[in-house]
Design a protein around this ligand. Structure first.
Ligand SMILES: O=c1ccn([C@H]2C[C@H](O)[C@@H](COP(=O)(O)OP(=O)(O)OP(=O)(O)O)O2)c(=O)[nH]1
Ligand SMILES: [Mg+2]
Length: 144
């Protein structure tokens, strides 16, 4: 799929790191380093603007390496980029570790997955078709 993009960052366009990667790694586009203290959050700019086709969204997800090694994750994960959004793509990072973490310009801090989605129309009714699960949830299966 071809996606129009305006790259106002100092960096190359996000790339798939391997042949079958689902996510495009997103780079921080910042003038000065950002230091995240424990439990601090920051909205990290990417310098990227894009135009997705209707029926598509972009999901901003954490990178597992940063999460595992440094406790850095995407606070609103998965962040949702709507197809009609024309603003700058930004990444909301939070530091869940007990150590400071420094974000460098150009660092790959998150990844973006493009996905198809539906938009629905409601059909208001009084009752729903029953099912085997019925209203069971939140650990209801496998119990006696
Ligand atoms: O991680 C994110 C999440 C959102 N956005 C942008 C694109 C998205 O289309 C817009 C709105 O996001 P969302 O609907 O999650 O935020 P909201 O708090 O509901 O704001 P709004 O009232 O603008 O929809 O903000 C980002 O750049 N990064
Ligand atoms: Mg919204």
């Amino acid at each position: 799929m071809i996606v129009k993009v305006v790259n106002k960052s100092k960096h190359q366009l996000p790339e798939y790191q391997t042949e079958s990667s689902a996510g495009l790694d997103l780079r921080a586009n910042i003038e000065d380093k950002i230091t995240l203290k424990p439990l601090q959050r920051a909205l990290v700019p990417t310098g990227l603007f894009m135009e997705l086709a209707q029926g598509h969204e972009a999901q901003i997800r954490p990178r597992s390496g940063l999460a595992y090694k440094h406790g850095i994750t995407v606070l609103n994960s998965p962040g949702t980029i709507d197809a009609d959004y024309r603003g700058e793509i930004k990444i909301l990072l939070v530091n869940l570790s007990e150590e400071e973490f420094v974000i460098e310009d150009g660092e790959r801090v998150a990844q973006m997955v493009i996905a198809k989605h539906e938009q629905i129309q409601w059909l208001p009714v009084d009752t729903l078709e029953d099912s085997t699960r019925s209203a069971g949830g939140f650990g209801s299966t496998g119990k006696k």
